[in-house]
Design a protein. Structure first.
Ligand code: HEM
Length: 406
């Protein structure tokens, strides 16, 4: 079953797209007994589910074991994370962080993104090979988001440890882990560590404000009140997690698409201006986020199927992006595709707040990579392994070779 996205290999990904196509044609709104969830496959329906926040709520009760345990035992209530709120509260919280993501605020980061990318490339250029995930795709977005929030770059190993544990824990997707599960216990510890860490950082900012997001969040007021420390911490954690795994995988998936479409790679080397369109096509062609979860707030009819109230719904972005009702020749990787209204960043009030940042990071880093690493290829003597369990498409490792240079 591809329903819970147990994708281990690239062949699985290819099969999943065949499967989505069959579902779009035969059972576009399908109830899965095993996961007790409704699954939506067509572009128009996926669009409705992710956009219509009145009927498809993001506010989920803590049904999963991890959520429940965190809710009871941790000071950090991830239930207040942006992705879990509905309007009107959602808008108020989102407004607090959105200034950090305006084009003007982001343009100040572009020099740093270029400098970090250059530093990373300088470390590998002479070797003629690297493990792209560990040597480039992982550190770049992590350093950028860390600098944005305001945590010292020297604490990167800490971040990496937490992110790895959260990613590898599998429990985000596991059917019903029980409270005593050692994985669940470990996650509670990870959240406690993160929360202590940010607590210390925030305490420091309270005494000595700096020019960073933590200081700004502390100064901000919501309905005349300061944001609580708990809410500020959960904001930082959300950004840290949402911002780096997805972007790291976008970078790896782009390299994979270029490797498998050498003609596109050649064109992009010569015509840098095609890169923004190519990045959108990578997002459409291999959506890093496969599906979004919602809960029905009422009985809802999609096509000729009625989904009852309080049902869990998965909107399959990856399937919507291949819907032939929306995209001509969806199976073709076309860097000049126009229009390209993929749903990989979601849509509506929850539209990815970090999309401009992700686009900017990829838009700066990928041309530098193509320019500075001639004959870039993925080493394919070992089968490529995908990340499992996170619900996010990406590679565990991506060994590449290129022509060495001084
Ligand atoms: C929301 C994907 C990069 C922060 C979302 C959503 C998607 C998404 C699909 C919608 C969730 C929903 O409707 O339930 C991606 C992809 C990225 C990426 C594919 C990279 C290629 C980033 C970055 C950041 C970020 C770089 C922050 C630095 C967020 C936040 C939300 C969000 C805070 C919640 C917004 C809300 O609920 O209002 N992202 N994201 N993302 N993303 Fe991203």
């Amino acid at each position: 079953s591809f329903m819970l996205d147990k994708l281990s290999t690239i062949q699985d990904v290819e099969h999943s797209y065949k499967y989505y196509q069959i579902m779009r044609d035969t059972q576009p709104v399908w109830y899965d007994e095993q996961t007790r969830s409704w699954n939506v496959f067509r572009y128009q329906d996926v669009y409705t589910v992710v956009t219509d926040h009145q009927r498809f709520s993001s506010q989920m009760k803590a049904s999963r074991s991890l959520d429940r345990v965190l809710e009871n035992e941790s000071r950090i209530k991830m239930g207040k994370a942006l992705t879990r709120l509905d309007p009107p509260l959602h808008r108020r919280y989102r407004n607090l962080v959105s200034p950090a993501f305006t084009p003007r605020a982001l343009s100040r980061l572009s020099g740093r993104i270029e400098a970090i990318s250059q530093e990373l490339l300088d470390q590998v250029r002479a070797a003629g090979k690297m493990e792209f995930v560990a040597d480039f795709a992982y550190p770049l977005p992590t350093i950028v988001i860390a600098e944005m929030i305001g945590v010292p770059t020297s604490d990167r190993p800490l971040f990496r440890g937490w992110a790895d544990e959260l990613l590898n824990s599998q429990i985000q997707r596991a059917e019903e882990p029980h409270d005593g599960d050692s994985n669940v216990r470990r996650m509670v510890d990870v959240f406690a560590e993160m929360s202590e860490y940010f607590d210390r950082m925030l305490e420091e900012r309270r005494r000595h404000p700096r020019n960073d997001m933590m200081s700004e969040l502390l100064a901000v007021e919501l309905d005349g009140e300061r944001l609580s420390t708990e809410d500020t911490i959960s904001f930082c954690i959300t950004l840290l997690l949402a911002g780096h795994v997805t972007t790291l995988n976008l970078l790896s998936l782009a390299i994979y698409c270029f490797h498998t479409h050498p003609d596109a790679m050649e064109r992009l080397r010569k015509q840098r201006e095609l890169m923004p369109g190519a990045i959108e096509e990578v997002l459409r062609y291999m959506s890093p986020v496969r599906a979004l979860r919602r809960v029905t707030a009422a009985d809802v009819t999609l096509g000729d199927v009625t989904i009852p109230k309080n049902a869990q719904v998965f909107a399959w972005l990856a399937s919507a992006n291949y819907d032939e009702r929306q995209f001509a020749e969806p199976e073709r990787f076309d860097i000049t595709r126009e229009p390209n209204k993929h749903l990989s960043f979601g849509h509506g009030v929850h539209f990815c707040i970090g999309a401009p940042l992700a686009r900017m990071e990829a838009g700066i880093a990928l041309p530098m990579i193509l320019q500075q690493l001639p004959e870039l290829r993925i080493e394919t003597d070992q089968p490529l392994e995908l990340l499992e369990g996170s619900g996010i498409l990406g590679f565990k490792r991506l060994p590449v070779t290129f022509t060495a240079s001084a």
